[in-house]
Design a protein around this ligand. Structure first.
Ligand code: SAM
Length: 252
């Protein structure tokens, strides 16, 4: 793990800390004035949390979340839902998103147009391919079918997507395809001819550093949508999917 990834406080943890600070100040205000209604209390928490987040220069999209968090809690409590509802919702989110609060790489899927563009760009001779953060295994099982002379491997950290992809690979009987549960940062990239990633802007600089250190000369590094800061790709492939996704390619 690189130093930069270790040093930074995850924004979700910072947001939680600022919410706690806002709630503490609202509690003190309530103790002093004894006059705040539940709604005023919740709005005060939200305004303070959003203000602190603005002052600490959190990304702008955090502000409405911070503003509405405690009011939304209040509204939800008014429905008198059973506590097990919250437990189940939490457990489902946990197994789907796992360490997203730290990695800042949630689960979303490459489009079929991206799969097709990838299939058209893979080597003609036998090769090894890895999908770093392989989600539910769509990229792997598609390519294993369209380009069967390749060997495909996926690494996925979140338990439910991993289990789903494992079953998918097993039931698709893809003999040239495998997935394992683990962190992409532990993956030895020197074993692959093509490394594919669809992550987020956050890990790209560190991932580039890892790729440069481990990938063999002449091998291919491909990122869906997210570029590497300060390192223009050698080739870009535009796709015509809903988001006009671009594939960025670097020959190492
Ligand atoms: C945007 S999704 C991409 C899924 C798939 N590769 C695709 O293109 O459809 C990113 C995936 O990376 C996984 N992920 C995030 N950080 C990871 C890590 N450090 N190690 C392994 N997987 C990770 C997430 O759980 C998520 O499933």
């Amino acid at each position: 793990m690189s130093d930069t990834r270790r040093r930074k406080l995850p924004p979700a943890v910072l947001a939680l800390f600022l919410q706690s600070l806002a709630v503490s100040l609202a509690v003190i205000t309530q103790m002093l004035s004894q006059r705040l209604s539940a709604l005023t209390f919740a709005l005060l928490c939200g305004v303070l949390a959003a203000l602190f987040s603005h002052l600490l220069k959190m990304d702008r999209w955090w502000l409405p979340i911070q503003l509405l968090f405690v009011p939304a809690l209040l509204l939800t409590l008014s429905f008198s839902l059973a506590p097990t509802f919250f437990l189940v919702a939490f457990l489902v989110m946990l197994v789907v998103y796992w360490s997203t609060f730290r990695s800042q790489v949630p689960l979303y899927l490459s489009s079929e147009k991206v799969w097709q563009a990838l299939a058209g760009r893979l080597p003609a001779e036998p090769f090894t391919f890895v999908d770093l953060g392989s989600g539910i295994g769509g990229v792997l099982t598609y390519l294993a079918r369209t380009n069967p002379h390749g060997h495909y491997h996926g690494v996925e950290a979140a338990p439910l997507p991993f289990l789903w992809s494992w079953l998918r690979v097993r039931f698709a009987a893809s003999h040239n395809c495998s997935v394992h549960w683990g962190s992409l940062w532990e993956c030895d990239l020197s074993r692959y001819d093509v490394v594919f990633a669809y992550l987020s802007p956050v890990p790209m600089a560190d991932l580039w550093h890892k790729a440069r250190q481990e990938m063999r000369p002449g091998t291919l590094f491909i990122s869906n949508t997210f570029a590497v800061p300060d390192h223009p790709p050698h080739e870009t492939i535009a796709t015509e999917d809903l988001h006009h996704s671009q594939l960025y390619l670097w020959r190492m």
